[in-house]
Design a binder for this molecule. Structure first.
Ligand SMILES: [Zn+2]
Ligand SMILES: [Zn+2]
Length: 175
C-alpha cells in the first residue's frame, strides 16, 4: 500500500465528497455523509454548514485537473485558510494519526484540511497520476487509484461494470 490507512481514508472521503453532486443537497444528506465516512468532531446541522461543505467541492475537484504546481497552490491555500496545525491524536480506537484542525473547527474546514493533508502525501510521493477522471464517456466523476499496479480507470458509480458489459456485447456482435 502506497499510503497510510488514514491517508487512504481521507482520499476516499475526498472522492466521495467531490462526486456527491445532488446526493449532498440537504443537511440530512450531510449528516449521512458524516456517518458514512466516520468524521468525528463538531456539527451544527445548519444549511450554512451544508453550503460551506458544498463550496469546497469544486476547489477539491480542481486538484484532479491540476499539474503539480497548481495542486500545491490549492493544497497550501486550503491549509492556510483553515489555520491548519498538525497534531498527533488518538481517539475512538484509532491509533496515533494526524489531525490538523481541532475537533471543534467547522466541518467544512475539517473536510478541506483532511483532504489537503492527504494530498500532501500524494504530492510528496510524486503520485498525482493516481488521481484520475473516470474513463467512461458520459462520466466525469473523479477517482483515486490506490491499486498496486495503477490499473484503475473507472469511478465507484458502476461505470466499470457498464464498460465490461458493453465490451462483452461488442465482442459477441463481431463473432
Ligand atoms: Zn482522527
Ligand atoms: Zn464513472
Amino acid at each position: 500500500m502506497a499510503f497510510t490507512h488514514d491517508t487512504d481514508m481521507a482520499l476516499n472521503t475526498a472522492v466521495a465528497l467531490v462526486n456527491s453532486g445532488d446526493d449532498l443537497s440537504t443537511p440530512e444528506d450531510l449528516a449521512a455523509f458524516v456517518v458514512r465516512w466516520q468524521m468525528s468532531g463538531a456539527r451544527t446541522g445548519t444549511v450554512a454548514e451544508l453550503a460551506a461543505v458544498q463550496a469546497i467541492r469544486p476547489r477539491l475537484r480542481e486538484i484532479w485537473y491540476a499539474d503539480d504546481g497548481r495542486a500545491v497552490e490549492i493544497v497550501n491555500t486550503l491549509l492556510r485558510e483553515a489555520d491548519a496545525l498538525p497534531q498527533l491524536v488518538r481517539h475512538d480506537g484509532w491509533d496515533w494519526h494526524l489531525h490538523a484542525t481541532p475537533s471543534d473547527a467547522a466541518l467544512a474546514d475539517r473536510l478541506a484540511v483532511e483532504a489537503a493533508m492527504a494530498m500532501v502525501d500524494v504530492i510528496r510521493m510524486g503520485d498525482l497520476d493516481r488521481l484520475r477522471i473516470c474513463s467512461a464517456d458520459d462520466c466525469d466523476d473523479v477517482l483515486v487509484d490506490l491499486s498496486r499496479n495503477r490499473s484503475r480507470r473507472f469511478c465507484d458509480g458502476g461505470c466499470g461494470n457498464r464498460a465490461n458489459v458493453a465490451a462483452y456485447r461488442a465482442r459477441r456482435a463481431t463473432t
